[in-house]
Design a protein around this ligand. Structure first.
Ligand code: ZN
Length: 330
């Protein structure tokens, strides 16, 4: 009897132990699964929230961009209307008359337009003409085959023409001295053929201080000078090369504030199909400069003292007679 009782108790203990083990086993397998289901559910909700927020952010950004573009377009349109409705005074500087010497103490401003000729060159010159102002156009060869007459028009209307490379493709121009020289000769011939001018002014694409050239820029500067030519950079930028279209009012401010710092300003602007805000800004720029005391707008010519970001020491140059104009003040 006692043995039987012992057996029964043992069986019960084994049975309890089994239940205990099965319970632990079930808890260990089911709990993580249940927890995972909850976690996945929670993550899905979070992801949904993130997606919704991203969508809203994108919508907001699109709306902001559209508003900004509309604002710029509106301001440019207002500027255009203001320019068109304004009765432009036909102001003519007497210093364009022959033999007129600009007084020493006058500030000099040289307006320069890069990358043309373009669909706007003629319009830019109309504006310059209406104020009796001459400027400088640093041209590329981009229109040489289709509109050679555009190059000639610049010269015929009394503006200065300068070279700004044939292709304007930095990678190929600045690949080697040989490729630079090839491009340089090509744009010189283009201007000679199209405009009938033995051009002696050059502006490096990106300026003489550009950091994309594979050859030391000083070698290329020397090459230009050894031809008996000269190169000009700028000390005032209109910033109109920015990828974001600039408001005309910003272009005006950049130029006007820049000029205020110098006795002699070479102003960088662009003459290109996507730079209409520069065209709109031009009349205001000219008027603001004309309103400055003892300040004149002049075209760059061979006697203009250079503004260069990187200069070539005289002892490095071949004797071409270049650089003998340093004393001339205009
Ligand atoms: Zn350029």
């Amino acid at each position: 009897m006692s043995d039987e009782n012992t057996m029964i108790r043992r069986r019960k203990r084994v049975k309890r132990l089994k239940i205990y083990l099965v319970t632990i086993f079930l808890l260990m397998t089911i709990t993580p699964s249940v927890a995972s289901v909850f976690a996945i559910n929670h993550l899905t909700k979070l992801q949904k929230n993130v997606d919704e927020l991203t969508d809203r952010l994108n919508e907001f950004q699109d709306e902001y961009k559209a508003n900004q573009a509309a604002q710029i377009a509106k301001e440019n349109e207002e500027t255009k209307q203001a320019v068109e409705t304004k009765e432009t005074e036909q102001l003519h500087y007497e210093y364009y008359e022959e033999n007129y010497v600009v007084p020493e103490d006058f500030k000099r401003v040289y307006l320069t337009f890069d990358d043309g000729p373009s669909i706007y060159t003629s319009q830019i010159m109309d504006i310059l003409d209406s104020y009796g102002v001459k400027a400088t156009f640093f041209v590329t060869g981009n229109q040489a085959n289709v509109h050679p007459e555009w190059y000639k028009e610049i010269v015929d209307r009394g503006h200065s023409i300068g070279m700004h490379s044939y292709t304007h493709v930095y990678k190929s121009i600045y690949e080697s001295e040989v490729s630079f020289e090839y491009d340089l000769k090509r744009i010189h011939e283009t201007v000679e053929t199209a405009a009938g001018v033995d051009c002696k002014l050059y502006r490096f694409p990106g300026g003489s201080s550009n950091e994309v050239s594979a050859v030391p820029m000083q070698n290329l500067c020397k090459m230009v000078k050894d031809n008996g030519w000269n190169y000009f950079d700028w000390n005032v930028s209109s910033q109109d090369a920015s990828n974001v279209p600039l408001r005309s009012v910003d272009i005006v401010n950049n130029v006007v504030f820049g000029i205020a710092k110098n006795d002699r300003s070479v102003v960088l602007m662009h003459d290109a199909g996507d730079k209409y805000s520069t065209v709109l800004a031009l009349p205001i720029i000219i008027e603001r400069i004309m309103a400055m005391d003892k300040t004149v707008i002049l075209p760059i010519d061979e006697s203009t003292p250079e503004i260069q970001h990187l200069s070539v020491p005289a002892e490095m140059l071949e004797d071409t007679g270049a650089g003998e104009n340093e004393e001339v003040t205009q």
